[in-house]
Design a protein around this ligand. Structure first.
Ligand code: HEM
Length: 211
């Protein structure tokens, strides 16, 4: 669970840095999307990523079932959240389900209109290059999509604020001195990733409001 989670955080780091170029320079963004199009290395990456997501979800479900079984029929006698325990840490599965739901919508919005279209082109003997910046700009013309993406990214941020430090702790990179520091670094890291992502729908929301 920790290893797949850490690998997914690495993907998110790359994906958030890559995506900010849609605002900074659409030409550079198109070049990155072209590089990550229907190439063999991009396809290997996509399949690796899909495997990581599936393993992460299966472990999450398995751990939840194990926890429920360990608690027995009566569960906890005291249900109140103890002081110092974050809301996110007790709702990781719910947050995960919300993130997964939005991820399906996201893949339909982008992956199905970009890499999949290019792949279909290869199968049909045509060379198709989809300009990524135009696809992103087009989707965020809709304020509803901007808001939906912001909600998704807040859920992702909550998931990461607990997930990053928790995975580092499970991997053994923590002790009494380092735990508060790791929690602080994790919160900063999750916030940077989230701000890079959220800047995009917020940017288009503002641009569309002004114009
Ligand atoms: C505003 C934020 C985001 C934008 C503009 C964005 C944009 C994109 C685009 C354009 C693609 C298609 C790339 C291609 O097919 O060549 C893509 C793919 C993808 N995105 Fe995002 N993304 C955002 C946030 C996220 C988040 C938060 C996640 C995960 C929770 C995510 C996960 C993925 C995945 C798994 C793929 C498929 C990658 C692959 O084909 O290898 N994205 N995204």
């Amino acid at each position: 669970m920790s290893i797949t989670g850490a690998a997914l955080v690495l993907f998110l780091t790359f994906h958030s840095i890559m995506n900010i170029f849609v605002i900074i320079s659409p030409e550079v963004y198109d070049a990155i999307c072209h590089f990550l199009g229907a190439n063999w290395y991009a396809l290997v990456g996509t399949m690796g990523l899909a495997l990581l997501v599936v393993v992460h979800i299966c472990y999450a479900l398995w751990l939840t079932i194990q926890n429920k079984m360990a608690r027995g029929a009566n569960s906890y006698q005291v249900k109140a959240r103890p002081k110092g325990v974050e809301w996110a840490s007790q709702n990781m599965l719910v947050l995960g389900v919300v993130i997964c739901g939005f991820l399906c919508l996201h893949l339909y919005n982008f992956w199905a209109k970009m890499q999949l279209v290019e792949l279909m082109g290869i199968i049909n003997g045509e060379e198709i290059h989809v300009g990524g910046a135009a696809v992103v700009q087009n989707l965020f013309q809709s304020p509803v999509y901007c808001i939906l993406y912001i909600v998704w990214l807040v859920a992702l941020w909550l998931h990461l604020t607990h997930g990053i430090w928790s995975s580092l702790q499970t991997l053994g990179w923590s002790n009494n001195t380092w735990l508060p520091r790791i929690k602080c670094i994790s919160n900063i890291y999750a916030t940077i990733i989230m701000l890079l992502f959220v800047a995009i729908p917020v940017y288009y929301l503002i641009v569309n409001l002004i114009s």
